[in-house]
Design a protein around this ligand. Structure first.
Ligand SMILES: Nc1ncnc2c1ncn2[C@@H]1O[C@H](COP(=O)(O)OP(=O)(O)O)[C@@H](O)[C@H]1O
Ligand SMILES: Cc1ncc(COP(=O)(O)O)c(N)n1
Length: 274
């Protein structure tokens, strides 16, 4: 049997805390073989994104073809996809190759406010990518944009998740990093329509650069190791909690999380069954 193999289809963060770099570090920490299909480049550090540049779509096709030719990819995730043409290129390639369950992290804006996806691309994400998603993992503002509805409370989170499932995503996770309160709570809607919440103490820190990438790439890694979706989400929640808690200190702005933090038994994640 071959080693579990996964790929991230996303943008590069030169600052190493988010994007492709966070994904590959997570893959390594979770002991799967990680590959990358680069969609865009950013000149970025802990203070923000200074510049970004798309990779030509023909080169995205070439990267897909190279990997499909040689590897047995069991799961994949998407991150920063830049614009409509790039979303379309990724969606078309994904339809043609079998890279296993796809986790769509609909990255739109960097934590510092810099756009990572042009607005015109949102419709293409909804029509071309969401229907191919084994799971979609928006944060609260992304879920609002995708559903076109304000999310102010638990009922509206649950409604937004159902809307995203109707758009074609098999499973939905609406991440609660952007809300306030003592707990960081994520809402999970499963394929069978059952739902639950995962909750962990909110850590007071400015070092949350790349939390969403780290969370979705951990889910991808666990799926490639044959975890169930629910098991994968619980491990990812513990992994991100440890990576924020056992922080590292680099840069002068919003620093990254610690991808080599131990996934210790002491990390408690509360499951709230509906
Ligand atoms: N300060 C924090 N303390 C604990 N968990 C957090 C914190 N910020 C984010 N998380 C968790 O990190 C994961 C990513 O969430 P979020 O930050 O909302 O994503 P994104 O990076 O896409 O905006 C979620 O599981 C969320 O609950
Ligand atoms: C290349 C790239 N991909 C994704 C993010 C999102 O990460 P965050 O929301 O933590 O800024 C980012 N900043 N850069």
């Amino acid at each position: 049997m071959q080693t579990p193999q996964v790929v991230t289809i996303a943008g590069s963060d030169s600052g190493g805390g988010a994007g492709i770099q966070a994904d590959l570090k997570t893959f390594q920490a979770r002991k799967v073989f990680g590959m990358s299909i680069l969609v865009a480049l950013t000149a970025q550090n802990t203070q923000g994104v200074q510049e970004s540049l798309p990779i030509p779509c023909s080169f995205i096709n070439a990267q897909f073809a190279s990997l499909a030719d040689d590897f047995q990819i069991q799961a994949a995730k998407t991150g920063m996809l830049f614009d409509q043409d790039h979303v379309q290129a990724v969606a078309d390639n994904y339809r043609n190759f079998s890279f296993g369950p796809l986790i769509v992290d609909p990255v739109m804006v960097a934590k510092g406010g810099h756009p990572l996806l042009q607005k015109e691309a949102i419709q293409t994400i909804k029509t071309e990518l969401v229907p191919q998603a084994y799971a979609i993992t928006p944060n609260l503002p992304e879920a609002e944009v995708l559903t076109g509805s304000k999310i102010r409370n638990k009922e509206e989170i649950s409604k937004a998740a159902a809307t995203l499932q109707k758009m074609g995503a098999r499973n939905v996770i609406i991440k609660g990093g952007h809300s306030d309160g003592k707990e960081a709570t994520d809402f999970v809607l499963m394929e069978d329509k059952s739902s639950f919440q995962l909750s962990a103490p909110r850590i007071q820190t400015k070092n949350t650069h790349g939390t969403g990438d780290t969370f979705s790439s951990c889910i991808t890694a666990e799926l490639a190791k044959n975890s169930t979706f629910k098991e994968a989400v619980i491990i990812a929640k513990k992994f991100i909690q440890g990576a924020i808690e056992e922080g590292i200190s680099v840069g002068s702005g919003h620093g990254p999380t610690n991808h080599w933090a131990k996934l210790s038994e002491e990390i408690t994640v509360k499951e709230i069954v509906e």
